[in-house]
Design a protein around this ligand. Structure first.
Ligand code: AMP
Length: 431
């Protein structure tokens, strides 16, 4: 089910094109599971958190199912906050880029007259907070006779915020033969009561938490604002002198953009995503294996088939959609006998996702500060001591021991010899 493609979902050409433009490569698990049921006309309960792709999970079928030639509100999406209403409306606009769908966010704090005017002109999808939607229903500025689908987004949040009454009033008034979709991160009793009362034979979908084995990888995350991610990525590659890394982005578009930026900055990078022909992929992969490319920037789908050893660091440039992809991604790193390193970039809401990944997998993801240029020498010295220890452990040093013994005979102290070697090596790295 999870490897279903967007093509297999039988979407319209216009929708498929919009999804391509967004750079989504394949449906997220919650999308793969819920879209077919919603398209069939079933009521759906989706247990999914933010970041799982839930907006498109109901947004894609909602847009596909409505009739843009009928100038009536056909879909009502209820959200707990104005921010979410705006975000949802924005994502739906992108998904309906090639269609005539009219979408209107409505929430309190905005002049109601302007919303009334927009509603009068004709809207297909209303995305709003329950209070303001109720206002419009009472004023009869929002007519419900054409409503075919109601979506409750983040239902648990809406109940926590005291919207239960408004939600019930709205659901009591929309035509009974409508489809009711409910998404919620948690399923407490009040939510179950709501589904029992307002949904008909609902299909439950959720992203199952499989038992996952966390690979032996040192995992860190950095809090990085989106617009600084590229800068931080370059800095980390420089500081840790990373010669072989895999960078994961969530969309093809992001992969292409990042590849271009990094290349223009002089990094040895190439892109790997589903649009590449097999021959191109093979070429990229062999350059990566040969070390002509040091950093491979990929989507999850494209990286699935690759088999490269000795990847030093996996970067999660974008935080993965679910914990399973996180585990798959970080499992790609690891050097002979030793685990590798995974660096995850997180901003804002992503932090919650890090916590959730930790909770469900038992992985330890340690917060790290973005290193400043002045941390560089410390980090390099630390890396050097690790290499020294590894080299001692590996043995075969007879010839070198002999050289050091010569210096000792000349009355140099071993600690001075060591320090001088560190100094020389670090100075060489800087050059
Ligand atoms: P949501 O859970 O709806 O808040 O979505 C989280 C993020 O995932 C949003 O930035 C979406 O644009 C993005 N997204 C949704 N579906 C996909 C997909 N199939 N592939 C990649 N990214 C997606």
């Amino acid at each position: 089910m999870e490897s279903l493609t967007f093509k297999e979902l039988c979407l319209s050409k216009d929708m498929y094109k919009a999804i391509e433009d967004l750079g989504y490569e394949e449906p997220t698990p919650i999308q793969a599971q819920s879209i077919p049921f919603i398209l069939e006309g079933r009521d759906v309960i989706g247990q999914a958190q933010t970041g799982t792709g839930k907006t498109a999970a109901f947004g894609i079928p909602a847009i596909e199912m409505l009739n843009p030639d009928i100038n009536k509100v056909q879909v009502i999406i209820l959200c707990p906050t104005r921010e979410l209403a705006n975000q949802v409306a924005e994502e739906l606009s992108k998904l309906s880029k090639y269609q005539k769908t009219k979408i209107l966010p409505i929430y309190g704090g905005r002049p109601i007259e302007r919303q009334i005017k927009a509603l009068r002109r004709g809207v297909h999808i209303v995305v709003g907070t329950p209070g303001r939607v109720m206002d419009h229903i009472e004023r009869k500025t929002l007519r419900l006779d054409g409503v075919e689908m109601v979506v409750l987004d983040e239902a648990d949040e809406m109940l926590d915020m005291g919207f239960r009454e408004d939600i019930e009033l709205i659901l009591d008034q929309v035509p009974e033969n409508r489809q009711t979709i409910l998404f919620s991160a948690t399923m407490p009793k009040p939510i179950l009561r709501l589904t029992k009362r307002y949904q008909r034979n609902p299909q439950m979908v959720k992203t199952v938490h499989k038992k996952l084995t966390v690979p032996l990888v040192e995992q860190f995350y950095f809090e990085v604002k989106s617009h600084l991610k590229t800068e931080v990525l370059c800095r980390l590659i420089d500081i840790y002198n990373v010669k072989s890394s895999l960078v994961f982005c969530n969309t093809k578009k992001q992969v292409d953009q990042l590849t271009e930026t990094m290349r223009s900055r002089g990094y040895l990078v190439d892109a790997l995503h589903g649009d590449l022909k097999q021959r191109q992929r093979d070429k990229v992969m062999s350059s990566f294996r040969d070390g002509d490319i040091e950093t491979l920037i990929a989507t999850d789908v494209a990286a699935r088939g690759i088999d490269v050893e000795n990847i030093e660091v996996v970067f999660n440039y974008d935080i993965p959609q679910d914990e399973e992809s996180y585990i798959h991604r970080i499992g790609r790193t690891g050097r002979a006998g030793r685990g590798g390193t995974a660096f995850t970039f997180a901003s804002g809401k992503d932090i919650r996702k890090i916590k959730s990944i930790q909770k469900h997998t038992g992985a330890k993801i340690i917060r790290k500060n973005i290193p400043s240029q002045s941390d560089v020498e410390d980090i390099r010295a630390e890396m050097l001591s690790q290499r020294v220890k590894d080299t001692i452990d590996a043995g075969h040093m007879g010839k070198y021991i002999h050289w050091v013994e010569n210096l000792l005979e000349e009355d140099y102290a071993s600690v001075d010899i060591g320090a001088a070697l560190v100094k020389i090596v670090l100075a060489d790295v800087k050059k």
